[in-house]
Design a protein around this ligand. Structure first.
Ligand SMILES: [Zn+2]
Length: 393
């Protein structure tokens, strides 16, 4: 606890805004549901949390993606303003370190889903001015300039081909990544396709990171990163921030989940047939079926297994924490919410990691990565030219 309390502790992916949209709660009061609130952040020893301005892929179809991102960014600023004694908005490494000194929790913003920029570099730049410091290039939908790894959690059997549209990043996608580098928005490769990860690493002038992904070698599912990808991210100076969902941690959970979904397929087909003329009813019935899928949760020590794997494969500064709390339904047994984070410190020490290594995993590795990305930003020529304007429809 002495080490944990004195360390910078950073979680790079929490879906609090999405959770609040479903059910409004005062973040200052300890809740019995969800995974995150101020009291539990305090118990967990959090120094900094990136809250996700998550934009569902549905907005790519209907329009309004930028509006959704703006609403969540505004909500995150409001959350901070509503709890001035506990929270402070941060947009830099220095801001996180200052929060630690002041005994406050730094709240930061990442955008999840590159369609939030609506293909506009000007919108990207404006998000930066609002404090956004990372962007996940895609969510489960491929956008106009980057391929996604798709949806592993949909009702249909997983098929990576469904979201392969561009074979990685398009020319505009490369421009987006370079503009992110220039603006100081960290490039997040969680959710993107394997080819998009390779393209992003190749084109980016700054190291890249995965804000909430675990290791495919230990839990074979497409949202996790392969050993080659961990190596490449580590070599770029980046970090892999381990996701705490049981389905990201343990093959037993994944196998049971895939088998249960497969067994459901005849009933899914029957529901599609029966409610063919009533899409709302059809989707509700299928959602009910999907909610009936059960599988065993992982044990919390699996998180440490994944951390150790990243350190072994990606290098001693390559691992961190990207819990995905409030965005997942299945945290591992023993790590049910953000208040339990000190257990990770205890387990890492028990397994023989040095204090320095533990501090690295808890937050310093992420800060070092961010500092390297900042150095890359400063090395890029500033652009005073207007960004290309989007055309009216
Ligand atoms: Zn996500």
């Amino acid at each position: 606890m002495r080490l944990h309390r004195s360390a910078i502790v950073i979680d790079t992916h929490e879906d609090v805004p999405e959770e609040l949209q479903k059910k409004w709660l005062d973040l200052g009061v300890r809740a019995t549901t969800g995974h995150v609130d101020v009291p539990r952040w305090r118990e967990g020893g959090l120094t900094g949390a990136f809250l996700a301005a998550y934009v569902s892929g549905e907005f790519a179809k209907t329009g309004g993606a930028a509006m959704k991102a703006l609403e969540f960014i505004d909500l995150i600023h409001r959350l901070v303003e509503a709890h001035p004694a506990d929270l402070v908005f941060a947009d830099s490494c220095a801001g996180i370190r200052q929060a630690k000194k002041d005994g406050k929790i730094a709240v930061l913003v990442g955008i999840e889903g590159g369609h939030a920029i609506e293909d506009s570099l000007g919108a990207l730049s404006a998000y930066q001015r609002l404090g956004v410091r990372y962007m996940t290039l895609t969510h489960t939908n491929s956008n106009h300039w980057a391929d996604s790894s798709g949806s592993f959690f949909g009702v249909d059997p997983y098929d990576p081909k469904k979201t392969i549209i561009h074979d990685g990043l398009t020319e505009h996608g490369r421009e987006v990544v370079l503009e992110m580098n220039r603006l100081g928005i960290l490039v997040d490769v969680s959710h993107v396709s394997d080819k998009t990860i390779a393209d992003a690493i190749a084109v980016s002038k700054a190291p890249v990171f995965a804000s909430h992904s675990s290791c495919r070698a230990l839990a074979d599912m497409p949202r996790n990163v392969t050993d080659d990808q961990i190596r490449a991210i580590g070599k770029s100076g980046g970090v892999v921030m381990v996701n705490f969902s049981s389905l990201f941690l343990d093959s037993k959970s994944i196998d049971a989940y895939v088998a249960a979904k497969k067994a459901l397929q005849p009933r899914v087909a029957a529901a599609r047939e029966q409610w063919n003329d009533d899409p709302a009813k059809r989707d509700a019935e299928i959602a009910k079926l999907l909610a009936s899928v059960h599988y065993p949760d992982a044990d919390w020590t699996r998180v440490v297994d994944h951390i150790e794997h990243v350190l072994r494969v990606g290098g001693p500064q390559a691992a961190g924490l990207g819990s995905d709390f409030d965005g997942i339904e299945d945290p591992p047994t023993g790590l049910e919410d953000v208040s339990k984070l000190p257990k990770l410190t205890e387990e890492l020490l028990r397994r023989g990691h040095s204090e320095g290594e533990v501090r690295g995993v808890l937050g310093e590795n992420f800060l070092r990565f961010w500092e390297r990305a900042d150095a890359a930003r400063k090395a890029m020529p500033p652009s005073s030219e207007p960004l290309p304007f989007s055309k009216p429809n």
